[in-house]
Design a protein around this ligand. Structure first.
Ligand code: AMP
Length: 235
C-alpha cells in the first residue's frame, strides 16, 4: 500500500497554555522567561502589563498604582479585561501562552476558564512553584531588573558580572519595583495565602495541577517545569 494511503499513527500535539502559580518572588517571571525562549510561548504577565499601564499613565494605570504600591490586588474586572485582550492577541498565532501572575483569585480563575472555553481553548497545566515564606522576603528585598531586556539581578545573590552592565544585553539602566521592599512583600504574601492558594484545589480538581519545588536553583526548577510542559503538551 502506498505510504499516503496507510493510516499513520496520529500524534496529538497541544500548544502549551499554562498558568504559573506561586508567591511573589517565587520565580514565576524567571521561569516564564525561560519557557518563552525555549518553547516560543507568549509570556502574559499581568504585573508587567499593569506596570506598563502605570508608565503610560492610562486610566487602568492610574487606578492600579496605589493598590500595587501597597501590595494589594488590582480589582478583578481590570485584570480580567487586560488578560482577555492579551489572549485574543495570541489566539491566532501558533504559539501557546504562559500566564504569569494571573489568575490570582478564584473569581479570576473561573472567568479565565469561561473565556477560554468560549474560544475552544483551555489550560493544559497549572504549575505551582512552591517556596516557603521564610525564603521569600530575602529573595524579593534587593532584587532589580535590567530596564532594557528584563534580566533579573539581586544585591546579594546575583550581581552583574561587570558592575552596572547587564550580562545579557550590556544595558546600563536597571529598575527596582517600588513594591519590592520587606514590608510590602509581607503584605503581598498574606494576600497570596488568603486569595490565591484556593486556586490549588481548584486546578487539582480539574486534573491539571503540578507542583515543583521552587527552592532549588533556577536551572533545576526549570528542568522540573519543562518536564511538566513537555509531558502535558504532547499526548
Ligand atoms: P507581580 O508582578 O505579578 O508580582 O504583580 C505586581 C502587582 O500587580 C501585584 O502585587 C498586584 O497589585 C498587581 N497584580 C498583578 N496581577 C494581578 C492579578 N491577577 N490580580 C490582581 N492584582 C494583580
Amino acid at each position: 500500500m502506498p505510504l499516503l494511503e496507510r493510516k499513520l499513527p496520529q500524534i496529538q500535539t497541544q500548544m502549551p497554555q499554562l498558568v504559573l502559580i506561586g508567591p511573589p518572588g517565587g520565580g514565576k517571571g524567571t521561569q516564564a522567561r525561560k519557557l518563552q525562549h525555549e518553547f516560543l510561548l507568549t509570556q502574559l504577565s499581568t504585573g508587567d502589563m499593569l506596570r506598563a499601564a502605570i508608565a503610560a499613565q492610562t486610566a487602568v494605570g492610574l487606578r492600579a498604582k496605589a493598590l500595587m504600591d501597597s501590595g494589594n490586588f488590582v480589582p478583578d474586572d481590570v485584570v480580567i479585561g487586560i488578560v482577555t485582550v492579551a489572549i485574543d492577541k495570541t489566539r491566532y498565532s501558533k504559539n501557546g501562552f504562559i500566564l504569569d501572575g494571573f489568575p490570582r483569585t478564584l473569581h479570576q480563575a473561573e472567568a479565565l476558564d469561561e473565556m477560554l472555553a468560549d474560544r475552544s481553548m483551555g489550560i493544559t497545566a497549572a504549575i505551582e512553584i512552591r517556596v516557603p515564606d521564610e525564603m521569600i522576603v530575602s529573595r524579593v528585598d534587593g532584587r532589580y531588573t535590567c530596564a532594557r531586556c528584563g534580566e533579573g539581578y539581586h544585591d546579594r545573590f546575583r550581581r552583574p558580572k561587570v558592575a552596572g552592565r547587564c550580562d545579557v544585553c550590556r544595558g546600563g539602566d536597571f529598575i527596582r519595583r517600588p513594591d519590592d521592599n520587606a514590608d510590602t512583600v509581607r503584605a503581598r504574601l498574606a494576600t497570596y495565602h488568603q486569595q490565591t492558594t484556593p486556586l490549588l484545589p481548584y486546578y487539582k480538581d480539574k486534573g491539571v495541577l503540578w507542583v515543583v519545588d521552587g527552592t532549588k536553583s533556577i536551572d533545576e526548577v526549570y528542568s522540573d517545569v519543562r518536564k511538566v510542559v513537555v509531558s502535558t503538551s504532547v499526548g
